[in-house]
Design a protein around this ligand. Structure first.
Ligand SMILES: Nc1ncnc2c1ncn2[C@@H]1O[C@H](COP(=O)(O)OP(=O)(O)O)[C@@H](O)[C@H]1O
Ligand SMILES: CC(C)(COP(=O)(O)O)[C@@H](O)C(=O)NCCC(=O)O
Ligand SMILES: [K+]
Length: 259
């Protein structure tokens, strides 16, 4: 069985894939100090709690935080006796091309989203991932990653207001009923929520115009559901798109090894 791990800058998601479906998905905060032993105690406790008897033979990792990869490699070696595929490393091949400026290290999450989106919907896609940052990944007709856009994440934007302005509180994002706020919290939520709706619409429109073709827009990531409900911004919402991509990349590499 496959243990697929997606480390974002905020959260790390672990999923167990039996070749046909995910048996379980667990989320923890991303902390580079966490050791292999700590991961294992956490994982095995959850597996036991949910009655999952998974014999993990394979592991694949995508990490936007390079420092966490070391301890995850130790986890693979010490507890599962396997060598993980790490997206972005030369020994982890991708089933799609990457067409960017020479020397650019594209975030592995963006490459995985590209593979996942292409696998599910074919080419000519924009994948919008609402994580710590909000990323737009542009997928060409042949499935290649051809670039994109990086914008500050929704919570990052709210947090930046709080950090920089003495009178602005910490606020959680929600969809405000109205644009004109009549208290501080409502004003901040309005600025970020409706500002984001505009940001997403404008960027997608400009990408479509620049590429001069219709493109399907897919959303994923922690805060995608908040925007999915409103404003017809997206054609599809895929929960755990990155996890799907990890399973596709894993089986592609397995096939290459045995070919
Ligand atoms: N269900 C949720 N409701 C509110 N905020 C969430 C939810 N899930 C994730 N978040 C927040 O959304 C942001 C992005 O989360 P996530 O997609 O896990 O980020 P990353 O992949 O960059 O680690 C984080 O600030 C996180 O706290
Ligand atoms: C843009 C990102 C910070 C997004 O990370 P996330 O929000 O998933 O934590 C990550 O994909 C990254 O570090 N990218 C490297 C630069 C690039 O993709 O061009
Ligand atoms: K992201």
């Amino acid at each position: 069985m496959l243990l697929a791990i997606d480390c974002g800058n905020t959260n790390t998601v672990f999923s167990i894939w039996d070749g046909e479906r995910f048996l379980a998905t667990w989320r923890t905060s991303t902390e580079h100090q966490r050791t292999a032993d700590q991961y294992y105690v956490w994982l095995s406790t959850l597996m036991e709690f949910q009655g999952i008897e998974a014999d993990i033979t394979d592991m694949i990792i995508s990490s936007t935080v390079p420092r966490v990869v070391f301890n995850l490699r130790v986890l693979a070696d010490r507890y599962f006796n396997t060598r993980p595929y790490v997206v972005g490393k030369p020994d982890c091949r991708l089933p799609v091309d990457v067409r960017v400026d020479a020397g650019t290290a594209v975030g592995p999450d963006r490459l995985v989203n590209t593979v996942a989106g292409y696998d599910l919907y074919g080419g000519d896609l924009i994948v919008v991932d609402f994580g710590t940052a909000t990323t737009f990944d542009v997928v060409a007709g042949d499935g290649a990653y051809v670039g994109g856009v990086i914008a500050p994440g929704v919570n990052l934007s709210l947090e930046a207001l709080h950090q920089a302005a003495a009178a602005l509180p910490h606020v959680d994002i929600t969809k405000p009923q109205r644009v004109v706020g009549t208290n501080t919290v409502a004003c901040m939520q309005s600025g970020v929520f409706w500002g984001y709706v505009g940001l997403v619409r404008e960027i997608c429109d400009r990408i479509k115009a620049e590429r001069d073709r219709p493109m399907r827009v897919i959303s994923t990531g922690g805060l995608a559901p908040l925007f999915q409900q409103s404003e017809d911004l997206f054609d599809e919402w895929v929960d755990e798109l990155t996890m799907h991509g990890l399973t596709v990349i894993h089986s592609y590499n397995k096939r290459q090894e045995t070919a």
